[in-house]
Design a protein. Structure first.
Length: 259
């Protein structure tokens, strides 16, 4: 087996695959992102903050939900990413922490001022719950459950699939709970949009990649920032697609070189 070599696909085949992949469905244009966040804020401002933070950092949703105050250095605007928010099958119920996806995911990233404001807003809300709700468990998590009807979960980190993904992609059931409240699982956001794309937490990470490509940030720098190893298919396809679109404006820029 060590002597066996597997050839990469030919260039023409790679280009054909890229053209047919509808890669633009994997990220949001700026106007589409604003529409999605506006809808999310209408229904749940905390979840909207999570999605906005994700798109501003390119972090995996599990990495966002695992964030603790101890992982953020507000004075120098850095976040250290070492673990991800795990299910109970991947970690004990006490810590909710699991290993990140790969060794490239162990990283420290610089946070923008907007990112810091989002974190500070969430932490301030947590402080109100620590003071006002005796059943709130403060273990340093930033994006936590704050549910007065499920006190056992107050202060625990939100879960990606059962909370964030359900919020985006499930229907409002209208079912009356035992406590007499209307149960709302989610908003089924795809049906609320003026454009046709499927919205999941992954699309916000990919949108970060597309924005960095538009800004001319080198691919290797983008990969290091988001914790992707070189050769990540989706990252490279998005980056290639965006830079290919940008190349169409080169001739216009050239014509402005000489008066």
């Amino acid at each position: 087996m060590p002597s066996v070599t597997i050839e990469e696909k030919g260039l023409s085949e790679q280009l054909e695959q890229l053209e047919n992949s509808n890669i633009q469905n994997h990220y949001l244009e700026k106007n589409e992102l604003n529409e999605v966040l506006t809808i999310a804020r209408t229904y749940n401002q905390q979840y909207a903050r999570i999605l906005e933070f994700q798109v501003l950092t390119g972090m995996r949703i599990g990495e966002v939900l695992r964030l603790k105050t101890s992982a953020v250095s507000f004075d120098i605007a850095l976040a250290t990413i070492r673990q991800t928010r795990a299910t109970h099958g991947g970690a004990s119920q006490d810590d909710y922490e699991g290993d990140v996806k790969n060794k490239q995911s162990y990283r420290t990233i610089k946070l923008s001022q907007k990112c810091l404001l989002l974190l500070q807003e969430e932490i301030e809300i947590n402080q109100h719950h620590i003071i006002g709700y005796p059943d709130y468990k403060d273990n340093g998590w930033i994006f936590t459950s704050k549910n007065s009807y499920k006190s056992d979960y107050n202060g625990t980190p939100l879960h990606y699939y059962s909370v964030i993904n359900n919020f985006l992609n499930s229907f409002e059931t209208g079912k009356i709970t035992k406590t007499g409240h209307v149960k709302k699982i989610g908003i089924n956001i795809d049906n609320l949009l003026s454009f046709n794309k499927h919205i999941s937490p992954y699309i916000f990470r990919h949108t970060f990649v597309s924005h960095m490509a538009e800004q001319g940030v080198p691919l290797i720098a983008v990969q290091r920032y988001i914790g992707h190893k070189s050769g990540s298919k989706i990252t490279e396809e998005i980056y290639t697609h965006i830079t290919k679109k940008m190349s169409d404006t080169i001739t216009e820029s050239i014509d402005t070189l000489i008066d």
